[in-house]
Ligand binder design. Sequence first.
Ligand code: ZN
Ligand code: ZN
Length: 171
Amino acid sequence: MNDLIDKLTEAEAKTLLKTLETKRPTIILDAYNSIKRTDPEPDRPSAEVQGWCKCTHCPEMDRELDRVCCNMRPEHCISLRTEMSLVTDTLVLNIQGPMNKGIYVHDAALEQTQDELNQKLRQGAYRQCNLWIHGHLGPRIRKNVPACCVQVIRDKFPDSAGKYTGFIPLE
Ligand SMILES: [Zn+2]
Ligand SMILES: [Zn+2]
């Protein structure tokens, strides 16, 4: 395998990384973070941004455990990627619903308010987002959805009273 990698041209290596990146963004992110970079950190565009957020797209979060950033530079923030529209696609969420233990979104027999439905859609979207970013983590490993992506999901499926429970991981 190392031999194969050594033979790649720079252009081939870049294409390969980009293909990998669309499948699993965190593979590249983790590898990138492990490389000690000697160049200075880019200037933060806004002093207002909370200390834990690097991408500048995360909203303030009440719970400590929700203060998770995608850790990308502002222009590469995961929440800006086109895949986010798939993560929040209602058709995809309805198909995924039955697999998400009890989060069955499209159930005509249930009389649900829009807020109740949106809450289920948000939970479904958080799970999709987590799967997309981290892959399948196994039962005991939990990672939270980056707050910037949580914001996109809340904007798409808002709660009329602004009450949000946050991501509830599956047991
Ligand atoms: Zn952030
Ligand atoms: Zn971000």
